[in-house]
Ligand binder design. Structure first.
Ligand SMILES: NC(=O)c1ccc[n+]([C@@H]2O[C@H](COP(=O)([O-])OP(=O)(O)OC[C@H]3O[C@@H](n4cnc5c(N)ncnc54)[C@H](OP(=O)(O)O)[C@@H]3O)[C@@H](O)[C@H]2O)c1
Length: 306
């Protein structure tokens, strides 16, 4: 599989030797579904799941986002099956802070013991001795950032970093105040909040993080469980002979150089479309046109966030 010539350029996680292509891959939806339980159990097609991961990496993707609470355990085990022994340049970013109930629910798991156990569980299921980046997924509210001190949780991750189990710490579902609080405890290399063409709460935060060289990694870049739909988007895509999803990804790559994209897909055909989106050039008038998507979109309905 030829390496893609353009995966959006590269980005250096601050204060580290970790350099990734800006077009990455999000592995959450590789796990299966069991009735109403989303991201639960084995994939519908294990061979395709493995093939998607292998083709992504063969095409030059070197940033994969995951968590041990996807499946639970399933996504990490598929990553290990598909990619271990891992290429030297592959950066696997995982997250801790949530746990899954037997009914498929997503629950807070932010105590020191739960965070420590989650780091070990990620290490075991990925088959690693050290995790490149661990995001603390704050769960004060599940679907949006909510204020509150995260000092105790960040301190736990900082200690696990001191012990050599984690190289770098990131944050997810957080406010600017929580990022500032965390940065007083440990360097923060990335922030993962919901953001896409239609959901733009973090406009100012993205620019502030860019100024400090910190990556912003939007989750649900394509709308997640409710894929982006907009007439403006589909009209622009048709004119550009691209798909709406490709334009949505290209827009994110144009938005700011500190944005790393992690679109998820269970199919190699969609993977190829997504990687090709990195080559799409959006000129200023088109970018201005796409701004209308946010104002025309209804608020994203609450869907499971992981
Ligand atoms: N920190 C957090 O709280 C949090 C929350 C949610 C997600 N995440 C991370 O963010 C990553 C991305 O989120 P996500 O995968 O849920 O949502 P997403 O990337 O916004 O969208 C994935 C959905 O889009 C479809 N899709 C992908 N490429 C497509 C294409 N080219 N054409 C048409 N449909 C396409 C997929 O279906 P197909 O499988 O059919 O392609 C899937 O249904 C996850 O993998 C996870 O790692 C983090």
């Amino acid at each position: 599989m030829p390496q893609q010539s353009n995966l959006g350029g590269s980005f250096n996680f601050p204060g580290s030797s970790l350099r990734v292509n800006r077009m990455g891959y999000g592995a959450m939806q590789l796990a299966g579904k069991d009735g109403n339980k989303l991201v639960w159990g084995p994939p519908r097609d294990m061979n395709e799941a493995v093939a998607v991961l292998q083709e992504a990496v063969a095409s030059g993707v070197n940033h994969i986002d995951t968590s041990d609470f996807y499946g639970p355990h399933v996504t990490n085990r598929i990553i290990r099956k598909a990619l271990s022994p891992y290429p030297r340049d592959l950066v696997i970013v995982t997250k801790v802070g949530a746990g899954r109930g037997e009914d498929g629910s997503w629950n807070e798991a932010l105590s020191p013991d739960e965070l420590t156990a989650a780091v070990h569980s990620n290490l075991n299921n990925l088959g690693l001795d050290v995790l490149d980046v661990v995001n603390l997924r704050v769960m004060f509210e599940r679907f949006r950032p909510a204020e509150g001190s995260i000092e105790e949780m960040v301190t736990v991750l900082a200690e696990l970093r001191e012990q050599g189990l984690i190289r770098h710490v990131g944050l997810s579902n957080v406010t600017a105040a929580q990022i500032a609080e965390a940065r007083r405890i440990v360097p923060i290399v990335c922030v993962q909040n919901e953001y896409n063409l239609a959901h733009r709460t973090d406009e100012a935060l993205i620019d502030d993080l860019a100024a400090d060289g910190i990556a912003f990694v939007p989750y649900f870049p394509l709308g997640g469980f409710t894929p982006l739909q907009s007439k403006v988007l589909s009209d622009v895509a048709a004119r550009m002979e691209a798909t709406s999803m490709q334009v949505a990804l290209a827009w994110l790559l144009h938005r700011s150089p500190n944005i790393l994209v992690i679109p998820g897909t269970t199919s190699r055909a969609h993977l190829r479309d997504n990687l090709n989106a990195a080559s799409i050039q959006l000129l200023a008038p088109v970018l201005a046109e796409l701004d209308a998507v946010a104002s025309q979109s209804a608020a994203t309905p609450d869907a499971p966030h992981g």
